[in-house]
Design a protein around this ligand. Sequence first.
Ligand SMILES: [Zn+2]
Length: 233
Amino acid sequence: MFIVFKNFKSVFCYLLIFTVLFGANAFFSFNNQIVTASPIDKFCVVLDAGHGGIDGGCQGSTGVYERDINLNICNYVADLLNQININVVKTRETQDGLYGVFASGFKMRDLTERKRIIEQSNADLVVSIHLNSFPNPKARGAQVYYALNSDISVKLATLMQDLFVKNLSNARKSCLPGDFYILNCTDKPGVLIECGFLSNVEEEALLVTQEYQQKIAYQIYCAIFSYFGLSSN
Ligand SMILES: [Zn+2]
């Protein structure tokens, strides 16, 4: 699109309209790369916040549940992707699970509903967000798992794990294959991210903060950005 500006005022008006349409962050850079300002609505990502409702997932010593931190991180990633007009489908938007009103057999109903949402979306990839727990309290570090038998899932997982290693303390050194229902239930490429260990007191102290949740979300966003070939590298 070519626009001839006759004076500074018209340039200012155009920038104002552009900012309203695409968000101020469209002008800014990250990782020393300039983000393209054009809409990228041809891509779609399913963001899956693990657990929900009576299924809290793992729990930290402070009483915090994985369920709630997963949702926060998912929402931060969604906000970032929306700013560059990548379409986002969330499997859940609230603290509730997806199993309906009955507790009996909730886990399978919850997972089946997540599968339905993934399959009915036109998503290019699935990103499932979880937190880890382990009997040894020293275990810590973010870890990315990729869908089995999927080379492009390996590509995304590698991009993401490398960013974790670079920008998060104590991240695991390399990504791993993941035999998880949420990845196996679809042919779409995908990763499951264990963003850290709630069983590690120091890591829990980081994971409960908005700042660290946003830091993780930003690495996930940058990896997705690169995966779609949107990097200026
Ligand atoms: Zn989990």
